[in-house]
Design a protein around this ligand. Structure first.
Ligand SMILES: Nc1ncnc2c1ncn2[C@@H]1O[C@H](COP(=O)(O)OP(=O)(O)OP(=O)(O)O)[C@@H](O)[C@H]1O
Ligand SMILES: [Mg+2]
Length: 291
């Protein structure tokens, strides 16, 4: 794998993606590519882009599907035709390097609970949950899954809310073994096999691998804050934090997913409630949802 993210130049600003809180945009570039661009000038700040690179590239190296990430050199002049004044402010504040994620044509947002969704095996679900728990991603919920379905497979997008610790480095040490709150995870009902994912992934998250992914973050996105001498020290802090957390996965590994038996009991109770709520003449008709 190459040592740097590919750099491309924005040619055409096609459309804003208003569904995203940071108002990313679909942009065409000089490599004949189309990318979803996340801007440095967004309210989420550069740290969201730092998290996108570190977590996205780590996920890719652990075998999860993540669209290619590139660095997009953006000249606000390519979006002069965009009429929205707020978006213009965002774009003018984003001259220079921004993050691009390969645009997945025809993909749609993953919908938890949809009956026509992709088949997700428990190990794959476990890997996603494990990654989110390692990186403290608070933004892969049923309400906002930040997962897409493309060619009937699951793709991870939007890892910008991970690495919560980098918003307050003074508390980072205390977060190394902090349990991850899984309530409402987008894949919580997919029987995620977190233990199997842990056995497979934890040994792979070495300092060496982390150094490789942290090195991909452009220096200008890394603000040297109090407590760090320079950017190199800041990079090393990310490496040590994530390596330390990966090494104690038994302390934060989510344990409390419902077992198959518990899910069956809950399902039976739900069916009973549904039946009880039916008018008398419907009480005898089987509830097809509960099989
Ligand atoms: N690579 C992609 N290909 C196709 N569509 C995408 C891609 N990335 C994002 N989108 C679409 O844009 C929407 C917003 O993207 P994303 O979640 O990354 O933005 P965001 O501003 O970080 O959102 P939020 O913070 O509100 O979750 C996605 O829900 C998806 O529909
Ligand atoms: Mg999102």
């Amino acid at each position: 794998m190459s040592a740097d993210l590919t750099r491309v130049n924005a040619l055409h600003y096609l459309a804003p993606l208003r569904a995203g809180g940071s108002v990313p945009a679909i942009v065409e570039t000089d490599d004949l590519g189309t990318y979803v661009v996340k801007f440095t000038g967004a309210a989420q700040g550069r740290k969201a882009l730092v998290a996108e690179v570190i977590v996205g590239e780590l996920a890719r190296r652990l075998g999860l599907r993540v669209p290619e990430l590139v660095l997009v050199d953006f000249d606000p002049a390519v979006a002069e035709h965009e009429p929205d004044a707020e978006i213009q402010d965002l774009l003018r504040a984003s001259a220079g390097l921004n993050l691009g994620m390969d645009y997945l044509p025809g993909a749609h947002d993953f919908r938890p609970g949809a009956t026509d969704g992709p088949t997700i095996d428990p190990l794959e679900a476990g890997r996603v949950v494990w990654l989110d728990a390692l990186t403290g991603n608070v933004d892969r919920t049923r309400a906002n899954p930040n997962l897409m379905v493309w060619h009937r497979r699951l793709w991870l997008i939007d890892n910008g809310a991970a690495l919560v610790f980098h918003h307050r480095w003074s508390g980072a040490a205390a977060a190394v073994d902090r349990a991850y709150d899984l309530s409402g995870h987008a894949l919580g009902d997919q029987h995620p096999d977190v233990a199997a994912a842990d056995a497979e992934l934890a040994p792979q998250v070495t300092e060496e691998l982390l150094r490789e992914v942290v090195a991909l973050v452009p220096a200008q996105w890394l603000e040297v804050e109090e407590g760090f001498a320079d950017v190199a020290e800041l990079r090393e802090a990310y490496v040590r934090q994530l390596a330390a957390r990966a090494a104690v996965s038994e302390r934060w590994l989510p344990q409390h997913f419902a077992t198959e038996a518990e899910l069956r009991v809950a399902e039976a109770a739900r069916a009973k409630r549904t039946a009880a709520g039916r008018p008398a003449w419907l009480q005898q008709v089987p509830d097809l949802h509960g099989h």
